[in-house]
Design a protein around this ligand. Sequence first.
Ligand code: NAP
Ligand code: GCO
Length: 267
Amino acid sequence: MDYLNKFSLEGKVALVTGASYGIGFAIAKDMAKAGATVVFNDIKQELVDKGLAAYKEEGIEAHGYVCDVTDEEAVNAMVATIEKEVGVIDILVNNAGIIKRIPMCEMTAAEFRQVIDVDLNAPFIVAKAVIPSMIKKGHGKIINICSMMSELGRETVSAYAAAKGGLKMLTRNICSEYGEFNIQCNGIGPGYIATPQTAPLRETQADGSRHPFDQFIISKTPAARWGEPEDLSAPAVFLASDASNFINGHVLYVDGGILAYIGKQPQ
Ligand code: NAP
Ligand code: GCO
């Protein structure tokens, strides 16, 4: 077998949740380039339509579905429809996610629960929906999009850090429970990536200076730059391919070195 075939996703069906744009879109795009049939969902039809057009512009015939990943009934119905219309899901990327940046003591329990619902309960719901067919098929790949906040805390992101820390452990538990069925479940832990989710942290200030958080991240990242969604897509293809069949329960941090670095000393 040609060595590079190990990284091929030819003949595989990949579901990437919340992939009309952002990190999910970049990952799905490269999975398609590696040979996968791409399926994605979003909450609103208009976003699914926008996503389909964006994939088409890249020469990709994607399949898009409207589905709120926190709604178990809707997720089960979507997976059944995908299996009928496209095929059994070989690769799941739990990418859909939200963040609320609120000091913990000002955050309502409902706001906390909403973040946990999307960022932790939903990956459980979607993984639970696809695993039975993966077992029947004799293989499967699940990739959970974790975070720096799977390892670190910071002000105002208590719910998000709790969810992403839990998602790291859910990743390890799916590995433990389903590894014997040739299902590999790993995480990707992105550093700080330039997407709509982090746009508020990068806004140019009224005086034209960079956002303080923007400067902070540059000082904390050895690569001295924000990541781009495209920095994550080849690592995702690797974890979705046969090249990673003996990697399980691992979180691959794609962070430009943040987790290894104490931060640039003040000049
Ligand atoms: P983003 O730009 O905010 O995109 C998130 C996507 O998830 C959107 O398409 C959104 O759709 C979708 N989504 C949200 N709630 C959903 C739900 N209930 N059902 C279905 N889809 C839903 O975020 P991103 O920066 O690309 O992040 C993607 C993932 O990477 C998230 O899990 C995030 O936590 C994680 N991450 C991001 C960074 C970063 O620096 N950007 C770093 C580490 C980890 P709508 O537009 O309809 O809401
Ligand atoms: C924040 C950011 C981070 C990133 C990412 C880092 O407010 O700190 O949004 O949480 O989104 O998760 O890995």
